[in-house]
Design a protein around this ligand. Structure first.
Ligand SMILES: [Zn+2]
Length: 127
């Protein structure tokens, strides 16, 4: 049963088997914030190619952050909310603060999905 890459990224799954968990804990568990596991618990994929491999995901989180900001702005337009420039800026900042842990997690997930290829048969091979 193949799972889509969108599912895998949004639900923070292993990029190779799309089954195993990618993070040590939930993104909103702040003590363990966005800690990537060493290996996939299902297919044993090593999640890190080199030390500080996930530093590059910072660039991805920029893009995701901007996407969230644009989404908030578009929503205020759709709902016809007239907050004025300061109000819109405030709502964007609040939205970014609320979604920040998830943005960080998704960015690492996107980053990993760039580098590792999906192998739908990996779990069958290992068995
Ligand atoms: Zn896996």
């Amino acid at each position: 049963m193949g799972k889509s890459i969108i599912y895998s990224i949004l639900f923070l799954k292993c990029p190779q088997c799309r089954e195993g968990e990618f993070l040590e804990a939930h993104p909103y568990k702040l003590s363990n914030m966005n800690k990537v596991k060493k290996n996939c618990p299902k297919c044993q994929l090593k999640y890190s190619i080199e030390p500080s491999f996930y530093t590059g995901s910072m660039y991805v989180s920029y893009g995701v952050g901007i996407a969230v900001a644009v989404a908030v702005y578009v929503l205020t337009l759709i709902f016809g909310l007239d907050f004025g420039p300061t109000g819109i800026l405030t709502s964007i900042v609040i939205a970014l603060i609320i979604t920040m842990p998830y943005i960080g997690a998704v960015s690492k997930s996107i980053w990993a999905h760039f580098f590792f290829k999906y192998d739908p048969n990996i779990l069958k091979k290992a068995a």
